[in-house]
Design a protein around this ligand. Structure first.
Ligand SMILES: C[S@@+](CC[C@H](N)C(=O)[O-])C[C@H]1O[C@@H](n2cnc3c(N)ncnc32)[C@H](O)[C@@H]1O
Length: 463
């Protein structure tokens, strides 16, 4: 079975279990031993016979990020359909081991993505040494053929990425290469520049978020660098609607929530299913906007909501499920852990004149029980659970199972064969004496990520 697990982000492309400290001397050492290269003037020179050419680097990256890109799209869909059946059988087998026998659910035909190339609306680029030894190489990380180390490869030829994102990354790399401040690969290495995140909408508005390691740098220095990069963008006519600076003390920037607006608008907006959504730098938004429309349309076809339903939107992000579903139901309640996303969802409801949605900030496992208690008078409660790759805490599954009012549940996953997601799915169905189990009725695949092995699956549960 293949697993759809990469999202153009270092922690996904190579399976890094701890922060990787790549010193310049270490990469020199590695290349000298492996590839008979020589070192001059602080640069690694790789001999012409070396297998690490630009082309082989790119092929390695392509294999990690868009492994299906050389296959016709129709064939990619066949593969993903087959994978959906495999997930389904794996689930049945796990339930069988847990002494719960189920009939195989109906597996619907996969829906394709309306856009196949250049569909990503968010990309994250980071610094590491490139194979030429330049310590300020911006791109994605790829492990070397012997899997002993990683190097940074330019993402410029990836076909799922927009040209506007590539342009901003290229300009940023050129700017940082001229800067006196070093790149940072780890929060303790004394470096500064970590990378850049580029987001955009269908209209072409762009948000750029410069990520830097503030440890040991005075505020004035950071402000000066922000100003210089903004001036540089303007001097070469690169138009960015929203420019942010994100000082991040952690190896994973998502752990910090400080986003300083350097220039332009605070938000970008995206049109989706006839609604206008506000997006902040830290908020989740589905990566392929046109395919997200397909996903939500299919989801609402399967759920069967009525004007008496209450829709519980668990892991609600920017509120897309609630906002789009609001027209079919009495009311919606979204729960989301990222504050910016919750605020976006609330503002989006206002912008679109929607008055039956409420959004609560918090971890689902912490607040769900209380929310369910407050909804105890509701007669028709439907839940959508869309937790991302990591799945949810078992407490969430327990709370859903223990609530007698939830009879319809859609679990939407972009990584259905991850151990935690599989465990969540099994726990919803497995027989136990404490609560009434759900029945898995159907699975609907929607291709959100052409050229990758990812695929969104909607698991429809009833009881
Ligand atoms: C895959 S996104 C889905 C968002 C939304 N349903 C959509 O379709 O755009 C998952 C969201 O769950 C949020 N999240 C992850 N774990 C969570 C938790 N334990 N409690 C609440 N929200 C969580 C993330 O911040 C992210 O916004």
């Amino acid at each position: 079975m293949f697993s759809p697990y990469c999202n153009n982000n270092v922690h996904n492309i190579v399976n890094i279990k701890r922060p990787v400290y790549l010193t310049y001397s270490f990469i020199n050492h590695w290349i000298q031993i492996r590839k008979k290269s020589s070192v001059t003037n602080n640069k690694i020179e790789v001999s012409s016979t070396d297998i690490l050419t630009d082309e082989t680097q790119f092929r390695a990256l392509e294999k990690s990020v868009t492994p299906l890109c050389r296959m016709p799209y129709e064939k990619q869909l066949v593969l993903k359909q087959h994978w959906t059946n495999t997930v389904c059988k794996e689930l049945r087998s796990r339930l069988h081991n847990a002494k719960t026998l189920i009939r195989l659910p109906k597996v619907f035909p996969i829906s394709s993505s309306p856009q196949i190339n250049k569909y990503r609306n968010k990309d994250e680029f980071n610094f590491r040494p490139g194979i030429d030894g330049n310590p300020k190489t911006l791109g994605f990380f790829v492990s070397n053929p012997t899997k002993e180390n990683i190097y940074c490869v330019s993402a410029m030829k990836l076909i799922n990425m927009k040209q506007s994102h590539k342009d901003i990354a290229q300009v940023f790399e050129a700017f940082v290469r001229k800067s006196e401040l070093p790149a940072s690969y780890d929060h303790m290495d004394g470096g500064f520049w970590r990378g850049i995140i580029v987001r955009s909408n269908l209209k072409g508005d762009k948000m750029a978020i410069v990520v830097a390691n503030p440890r040991g740098y005075a505020n004035e220095v950071m402000l000066d660098e922000q100003r210089k990069f903004n001036d540089y963008l303007k001097s070469i006519n690169i138009n960015v609607q929203s420019l942010y600076f994100h000082p991040s003390l952690h190896t994973r920037s998502s752990k910090d929530s400080t986003f300083i607006l350097v220039d332009g608008d605070k938000y970008i907006y995206e049109d989706l299913c006839s609604f206008k959504f506000r997006i902040s730098p830290d908020s989740f938004f589905q990566i392929n906007t046109l395919a997200a429309e397909v996903l939500y349309k299919e989801l609402f076809k399967l759920i069967n909501l009525t004007k008496t339903s209450t829709l519980l939107d668990l892991c609600s992000g920017t509120g897309t499920v609630s906002i789009i579903g609001s027209q079919h139901v009495q009311s919606c309640v979204g729960i989301e852990s990222v504050a910016q996303a919750v605020n976006d969802a609330k503002e989006t409801a206002k912008i679109n004149n929607i008055h039956n949605c409420d959004f609560i900030e918090g971890k689902v496992e912490m607040v769900l029980k209380q929310v369910l208690d407050e909804l105890s008078m509701t007669s028709d409660l439907c839940a959508v659970l869309n937790p991302g790759r990591a799945g949810v805490h078992p407490k969430v599954i327990n709370a859903i199972r223990n609530n007698r009012l939830i009879n319809t549940l859609a679990y939407v996953s972009c990584k259905a064969d991850s151990p935690i997601t599989m465990k969540n799915l099994v726990e919803l169905v497995v027989n136990n004496k404490k609560s009434r189990p759900f029945t898995l009725n159907s699975i609907k695949p929607v291709d959100m990520f052409p050229h990758t092995k990812h695929c969104e699956l909607i698991f429809m549960f009833k009881r």
